[in-house]
Write a protein that binds this ligand. Structure first.
Ligand SMILES: [Ca+2]
Ligand SMILES: [Ca+2]
Ligand SMILES: [Ca+2]
Ligand SMILES: [Ca+2]
Length: 202
């Protein structure tokens, strides 16, 4: 592995934990104990080319989750998810409607997410801090459709394949302080997989 990121895990309960990546990067991962011994390794056990490791962990011990690029190549964004014992590993991380939308993390940086099950819709909310033409563009191999809705749910813009490949690209004029919702779904009602999207300010 070339560039490696290491994440420390301190379990707060004993049982089977799942640690995995999301995004559209082909990563490989390893789980190490506090002494650096490898407990498990995985390449594509998650969605798409993401890795996933499930393992019974003990309270009071530190563990390390290593993420590297497959074949030493890794470009793009991924996120690490830690799922506690008893939590549903297939749970949908971003709400299916405006009321349960996730706040956008950052403007100008890719956000990794997934269509975990057929028909899933992911909503994200953001407030424009500048007036002008804002843009939302997806990346990855999943054919997604993206839309912009205003605070009342009126459709402002929608697009299917305006980006690279079958990725979406929407652009719309926003006012300062205007709240909008980004809605992302798979083009196919049956498709699942991970995707990323980037919001660009004027
Ligand atoms: Ca992989
Ligand atoms: Ca989702
Ligand atoms: Ca969702
Ligand atoms: Ca598309």
């Amino acid at each position: 592995m070339g560039d490696i990121d290491v994440f420390r895990i301190d379990p707060n309960e004993a049982g089977e934990w799942t640690v995995r990546t999301t995004g559209n990067v082909d990563v490989i991962c390893r789980l190490l104990d506090a002494d650096g011994n490898e407990l498990d390794a995985n390449d594509d056990g998650g969605l798409g080319l993401n890795c996933s490791i499930s393992r019974v962990l003990a309270v009071g011990s530190a563990y390390y989750f290593e993420v590297g690029g497959f074949n030493n190549t890794r470009t793009g964004a991924y996120e690490v998810e830690l799922i506690a014992p008893g939590e549903d590993p297939n749970a949908d991380l971003h709400g299916d409607d405006r009321a349960s939308a996730s706040p956008l993390n950052a403007v100008g940086e890719p956000m990794a997410a997934a269509i975990e099950e057929s028909g899933d819709i992911d909503y994200f909310s953001m407030t424009a801090n500048a007036a002008g033409r804002w843009q939302v563009e997806s990346s990855g191999n999943l054919d997604v459709v993206c839309s912009l809705e205003d605070a009342e749910g009126a459709l402002l813009a929608t697009n299917d394949d305006g980006g690279v490949g079958s990725n979406c690209l929407v652009a719309h004029e926003l006012e300062v302080g205007q709240q909008v919702f980004i809605k992302i779904r798979a083009f196919s009602a049956f498709a699942t997989g991970s995707y990323s999207f980037t919001v660009t300010s004027p």
